[in-house]
Design a protein around this ligand. Structure first.
Ligand code: DUC
Ligand code: ZN
Ligand code: ZN
Length: 473
């Protein structure tokens, strides 16, 4: 009997720390050997000329999430994980949302049931706490954390999700006591409402109004407030989907003072601008809705600042914030109310399949970041922040054999026609990239190859994590 089930031969292995020419031996879905030459395997994949990277971990995606009356998210677990696999990912982290007035525990278990048996790659579930009642804070959250739901998101905006400052402090307090990781959506609710109503009164109701209603200072102010609350409770937090230079400056300031503030950004804040919400001169007044996400994309100066933040370590992770709605659909971007005001355009864009190629191309191929930094911000740091390490996030003996084989020279153009998600458009239509994931292996099985998803539905598992004790960093 051969020593390994599979050998990946001739590739260049890349981790967050090292780049080495070596073969990999895989047994029972895990990496079992790394050596100059591995020959004793039942099957061999020739990776000559390719880079062998840890599969991407996208720790911020929205899948089959309740999105309000009449609005339907464009992806279920099958389509989202199919698209993720084709894009070089081996693990994604969506959110179980607690509707106001409902039990967080019931919402979480119902959400998990949607995922079981329906995934191509592994999934680990975060929570969204929208109603921190005494029962939620005292019993449900601690019990869920102990069950392995060790991270959750809080919102500083949205009518049906916003927490006030006291509620945020109470949730932070539970997270500190129970050892959970908190993600913060930092945009100020009242400032956005004030701006929205003012814009509507002035007749500015098209999708571009969305960007005007959420200027950078709205994000800056909320980021600063979240940082202050985290400092008060002494809780490390993650400020997610940071879009603007101004919020980034707050985070850099906090880090310089030794505060334990982590930060995430997304490809849209590196490649899109608020101008996209004007619709590129289309006759269709709603065309800009394809780019409506929160926070909104900014300007090219902000893009350059965010790249600097990636290079200098202000940002530890880059996620997609995949939040897909179909465009030409009355349950999506073109729902009847969206035509009356930007405030009714569902917030979010698809990006689960395009995150890695865009970042590889604009980051590594363009010479902005090293291959090792690419691995850190797309896989390793996600695993470390969200308690998946050392099972996932790197290449080493004992890690899950979650791998993406990259051709660093392959040129491709992103086209909706070639993507696997449930949305009917991509904001990056026609975007040219250099570097492409040509094969994805999830726990040792080939799940995607050359743009085709070949893995079985149900191969992906819902992962349980363990509470980490109060995260000290
Ligand atoms: N926040 C997200 O994280 N995703 C989509 C919309 C939003 O506000
Ligand atoms: Zn958010
Ligand atoms: Zn999100």
């Amino acid at each position: 009997m051969p020593e390994f089930d599979l050998a990946i031969r001739g590739g260049t292995l890349v981790t967050a720390a090292d780049t080495v020419r070596a073969d990999l031996g895989i047994r029972d879905g895990r990496i079992a050997g790394i050596a100059e030459r591995i020959t004793d395997a039942a099957r061999t994949i020739d990776a000559s000329g390719l880079l062998v990277l840890p599969g991407g971990i996208d720790s911020h995606v929205h899948i089959a999430q309740d999105s309000g009356p009449g609005i339907v998210m464009a992806d279920d677990f099958a389509s989202a994980t199919r698209a993720a696999a084709a894009g070089g990912n081996t693990c994604v982290m969506p959110f179980a949302l607690q509707p106001r007035g409902a039990s967080l525990r019931e919402a979480t278990h119902a959400y998990r049931a949607l995922a079981e048996g329906q995934c191509h790659i592994d999934v680990a579930i975060h929570l969204i706490v929208s109603d921190p009642t005494p029962a939620v804070l005292g019993q449900e959250l601690p019990a869920l954390i102990a069950e392995g739901y060790t991270s959750f998101k809080v919102f500083m905006t949205y009518d049906d999700l916003v927490l006030n400052d006291r509620q945020i402090l109470d949730v932070f307090d539970v997270a500190r006591r129970e050892g959970a990781r908190v993600m913060v959506h930092a945009e100020g609710y009242d400032a956005i409402r004030y701006m929205t109503e003012k814009l509507e009164r002035a007749g500015q109701t098209t999708p571009y109004g969305h960007a005007l209603s959420r200027p950078q200072l709205v994000e800056r102010e909320a980021a600063h407030r979240a940082i202050a609350h985290a400092e008060l409770v002494d809780l490390p937090i993650v400020i997610v989907h940071v879009s603007g230079e101004q919020a980034m400056e707050q985070i850099a300031w906090a880090k310089a003072r030794g505060l334990k503030i982590h930060a995430e950004t997304c490809p849209q804040y590196l490649t899109l601008t608020a101008e996209d919400l004007k619709g590129h001169g289309s006759d269709d007044p709603m065309a800009g809705a394809k780019y409506v996400c929160s926070p909104p994309p900014r300007d090219t100066a902000s893009q350059a600042a965010i790249w600097r933040g990636i290079e200098t370590g202000v940002f530890e992770i880059v996620s997609s914030d995949h939040c897909p709605f179909r465009y030409d659909d009355s349950a999506g971007k073109l729902n009847p109310r969206a035509k009356t005001s930007f405030r009714y355009v569902p917030n979010g864009i698809p990006g689960i399949e395009t995150r890695l190629p865009i970042l590889f191309s604009e980051g590594v191929s363009a010479g902005r970041i090293s291959l090792n930094r690419f691995v850190a911000i797309t896989a390793t740091n996600h695993a470390r922040l969200y308690a998946l390490y050392p099972r996932k996030g790197s290449i080493g003996v004992g890690f899950d054999a979650d791998l993406a084989l990259w051709d660093p020279n392959r040129r491709e153009t992103i086209r909706q026609a070639n993507l696997h998600h449930g949305a009917d458009y991509t904001p990056w239509e026609g975007f040219a990239v250099t570097g492409w994931p040509v094969m994805t292996l999830a726990r040792g099985e080939v799940v995607a190859e050359d743009g085709r998803v070949v893995g079985a539905l149900g191969h992906g598992r819902v992962l349980d994590r363990t509470a980490q004790g109060a995260p000290s960093s």
